[in-house]
Design a protein around this ligand. Structure first.
Ligand SMILES: [Zn+2]
Length: 161
């Protein structure tokens, strides 16, 4: 299956119909809309990332809705570094096998103040940890946070002593 302008536009309409206003197909599908209206389906690495079948689009909505809430609650921007990954692309970027990214329920995100400065990662992680309660997955890295909507609670920090 290929991504093309029609897929891109339908996916964007799907996001909007679910109240997702601040995240674009570029961020969520890891593609790029070129200025001439064509879609570049390569991730930053140049590796082809086959887009998700329409029947699993719904899977991304809980995480995106939560990110919209967090954005409003903290008054920040959230940049999505990585969301959807097909199995091949996931392997190439060193994701764990059966990563939640390949199920379309995980995002690697970086918080920014509205002035563009980075929002502190530890404070951001702690905020999310509290907000999510006893559910979902969270992993804190030095420069980003991974969030996923798995049912059970999972937490991991790598850089704290
Ligand atoms: Zn991740």
């Amino acid at each position: 299956m290929k991504i093309n302008t029609q897929y891109y536009n339908e996916f964007w309409a799907f996001l909007k119909s679910n109240g997702i206003k601040n995240f674009t197909p570029d961020e969520v599908l890891n593609c790029e809309e070129n200025s001439n209206g064509t879609i570049k389906q390569d991730a930053d690495s140049g590796v082809y990332n086959d887009p998700p079948h329409q029947k699993i689009w719904e899977a991304c909505i809980p995480v995106l809705k939560t990110l919209e809430e967090v954005r409003d609650e903290l008054g920040i921007y959230i940049v999505v570094n990585s969301f959807w990954r097909d199995h091949h692309y996931n392997r190439v970027v060193g994701g764990t096998a059966n990563s939640y990214h390949t199920k379309f329920i995980a995002a690697d995100i970086v918080p920014h103040y509205k002035n563009g400065r980075l929002y502190p990662i530890i404070a951001f992680y702690d905020y999310l940890d509290k907000k999510l309660g006893d559910a979902w997955g969270l992993q804190e890295y030095d420069n980003r946070v991974h969030i996923d909507s798995r049912e059970e609670k999972y937490r991991k920090t790598y850089y704290r002593r």
